[in-house]
Structure formats: structure tokens, C-alpha cells
Design a protein around this ligand. Structure first.
Ligand code: UDP
Length: 363
């Protein structure tokens, strides 16, 4: 079958790297990069490190409001789909690129395949939730990572072509851990100087709109994380670089290394060697769980309930006091508990695609 895959953001490059390798053995894949993430550290580094094929199209679309970005992508993706005439479209996760691609495809009667389908937070105030819900409801095949997503899908009546396959992020985690080791990481400060990784540290990632659009919220998160007693390694997402730089200037955060984003292999090495993870990232909280590291997720909603067992991943409000409070729990990791599958999600996706009825939801 001929497929057009649309990616645009960091987490999608990782999932696409895991699935493309398997998918291309059986199918023709045209890769479209919308351009949502574009600078080297947020985009090209993933193509280089993960040996992801070069995109066939780079649409160069980023920035603007959610509506502006999505609208421009919708138009540009429609043109690609009209030209390529694929049998199906493949999308990952919950970004504006995901939504735009799924909408463009369904209007052209091209079945959309959604990987990481039916994850839900339960609130429309989260911009990615709108993308998740809409994408799932216009897609023809839904690949869920975890049992909780199956329950959400069933509650919304999304039962046709719904498959629980496991998490391609876990596939990627295992594959690259086995394949490539990072010997030494040099952290590049936002001011351009370099640092070695401290012997013991907390690994922080924080970029969600909810946690960074207001300076005081990010200040609280930094205060709480610094208060955990270790130096903090904080790769700053470009979205909140300006706010992070401003807070860095305040000089209250002398134990925090505000650094440029790191590559995927480096990020996972930093997770694996840290004392604790503090994050608001859907990917990083799962990677902490895969690496059996205690994690505090700073968010108002539970994103990956499967990680929140045995105190492994604690949900904290974006308040310094709550982050400190949640750090008191000692996690217990159960070796036999594998809610994200066995690292063979991509293989299972390919097996399903061999004989799934792509048109079932189009008739
Ligand atoms: N990541 C990375 N470099 C960093 C921070 C994160 O490579 O400096 C990786 C990490 O593996 C994570 C993935 O990027 O799982 C997801 O990124 P992000 O947090 O932007 O998205 P989310 O998972 O929240 O959608």
C-alpha cells in the first residue's frame, strides 16, 4: 500500500523512526514534515540520530496561532495528498500537524491511521486534547498504546478498527538503548557556555502551554524542582525560551542548568542516569517509567494513568510546595507490569495493516 505519513514535532519523529523502519519493509511511505518544529535541536537531530528517512516534502509551516498554523497545514497537506493519491494517511499523537493531516485526508476520502490514538486528559482547555479527539473521530484505524486509551475509545463509541498494540515510544526506547550508547554529554547553556553533566541531578523538562505561558507558574515549578536537593538539568523548549531566560536572570536559580534541547539519545541517557525526573511531557514521563526512575509530572491532568501506580509517577500541581510534597513518596516498580507492551507495537501495527478493512468507517 502507498502511505503518506505526516510528522511535524519532536515526539512524532521518534515514533516515526520506530515505525518507519518496520513499515517500509512492506509498504511505500512518503514522509511529509510540516515544519512545526524546525530548528536543528528540535528536528534535524532526530533525523540524524534515529536514522529517520529524509522527508519527501518539507512544508515549512510553523508559528502563528493554533488556527493559523492548522489552517496553513490543512491547505498544504491537501495539495500533497492530491498529488500523491495514497491509499492511506498515517499520523501520530496530538499536535496541530496531526489534526491538519487527518482532516485533509478524510475530506478527500483517504483513510487516516492514527497511532497513539484515544489518549485523553478529560479537558478541552488542553490544546492537544482537541487535536486528539478530532483526529480519532475522523480516523479509520486507531492504534491505542495502553488499556486506558481502549476504555476512552469505547466510551466515545470508537470501536471500529480499534487495536491495542502497545507504545511505539517503548519500542524506540528499547531499540535505541540496545543499539546506540551515548558516551559523554556536553550540555550547552542558553548563554552558549558548556557544562558537563553533574554526577547527580534532577532532569527537568517543562514546556506545556499551561505551565509556561504565565511566568509565575514556571517560577514555582523551577523553585520546587531546585528544592529537591540536586542540581537540575533543564533543556529548555524553544516555546518558553524567553520566559526561561528571564527567570534565569533573576539569579534565584543557581542550581539549575538552563540548556539547549538535547537529542533523543542524550535525553534518554539523562533520564536513565538521573536521581529523579520532573516533567510535563507525555513522552518524558513514559521514558522515566521505562527507565524505572521516580517521576513527578507537573500538570492538572493525568495523561498516562498506567505510569501512576506504586508512586512511580506522581502528579503535582504547578506549585513549589506540591512538587516537594510529592517527592516524599518512594516508588515501587513492579517488574512484571508492562502496560506499554513488549517493544513490539510497530510489528503489531504492521500485522494489522496487512488485512484491515481501511474503508470500514468511510462507507
Ligand atoms: N526530548 C529530547 N530532547 C529534549 C527533551 C525531550 O529529545 O531536550 C525527547 C524525549 O525523548 C521525549 C520527546 O522528546 O519523549 C517528546 O518531546 P516533548 O516533551 O516535546 O513532547 P510530548 O511528549 O510532551 O508530546
Amino acid at each position: 500500500m502507498k502511505m503518506v505519513t505526516v510528522v511535524g514535532a519532536r515526539p512524532q519523529f521518534i515514533k516515526a523512526a520506530a515505525l518507519s523502519r518496520v513499515l517500509r519493509k512492506e509498504h511505500e511511505e512518503i514522509l511529509v514534515h510540516t515544519g512545526q518544529h524546525f530548528d536543528y535541536g528540535m528536528s534535524q537531530v532526530f533525523f540524524d540520530e534515529l536514522e529517520l528517512p529524509r522527508p519527501d516534502y518539507n512544508l515549512g509551516i510553523s508559528g502563528g496561532s493554533h488556527a493559523q498554523m492548522t489552517a496553513r497545514m490543512l491547505i498544504a497537506i491537501e495539495e500533497v495528498l492530491q498529488k500523491e493519491k495514497p491509499d492511506a494517511l498515517l499520523v501520530y499523537g496530538d499536535t496541530n500537524s496531526t489534526l491538519a493531516a487527518a482532516l485533509a485526508a478524510v475530506k478527500l476520502h483517504i483513510p487516516a491511521i492514527h497511532v497513539e490514538a484515544a489518549a485523553r486528559l478529560g479537558s478541552l482547555s488542553n490544546p492537544e486534547e482537541v487535536n486528539r479527539i478530532t483526529t480519532d473521530h475522523v480516523s479509520s484505524v486507531l492504534f491505542a498504546c495502553v488499556p486506558s486509551a481502549m476504555e476512552f475509545a469505547q466510551k466515545e463509541g470508537l470501536t471500529t478498527n480499534l487495536f491495542l498494540v502497545g507504545d511505539p515510544m517503548y519500542d524506540a526506547f528499547l531499540y535505541y538503548q540496545g543499539k546506540r550508547k551515548v558516551k559523554e554529554i556536553t550540555l550547552t547553556d542558553l548563554d552558549g557556555t558548556t557544562h558537563p553533566v553533574p554526577p547527580e541531578y534532577t532532569y527537568l523538562t517543562c514546556h506545556r502551554q499551561e505551565n509556561t505561558q504565565d511566568e509565575e507558574t514556571l517560577r514555582q515549578i523551577l523553585l520546587g524542582t531546585q528544592g529537591l536537593g540536586y542540581p537540575v538539568v533543564y533543556p529548555v523548549h524553544p516555546r518558553n525560551r524567553a520566559t526561561a531566560l528571564k527567570l534565569k536572570e533573576e539569579k534565584h536559580f543557581n542550581d539549575i542548568l538552563f540548556v539547549e534541547p538535547v537529542g533523543y539519545l542524550e535525553s534518554n541517557t539523562l533520564v536513565s542516569n538521573c536521581q529523579r525526573v520532573v516533567t510535563d511531557s507525555g513522552g518524558v514521563q513514559r521514558e522515566a517509567f521505562f527507565a524505572k526512575k521516580p517521576c513527578i509530572t507537573v500538570f492538572d491532568y493525568v495523561a498516562w494513568p498506567e505510569t501512576m501506580v506504586g508512586g512511580c509517577n506522581q502528579l503535582a500541581k504547578p506549585l513549589a510546595g506540591d512538587i516537594l510534597e510529592k517527592s516524599k513518596h518512594k516508588p515501587v516498580f513492579d517488574e512484571g507490569y508492562k502496560p506499554f507492551g513488549n517493544g513490539d507495537a510497530c510489528k503489531k501495527i504492521c500485522e494489522v495493516l496487512r488485512d484491515v478493512d481501511l474503508g470500514a468507517r468511510m462507507r
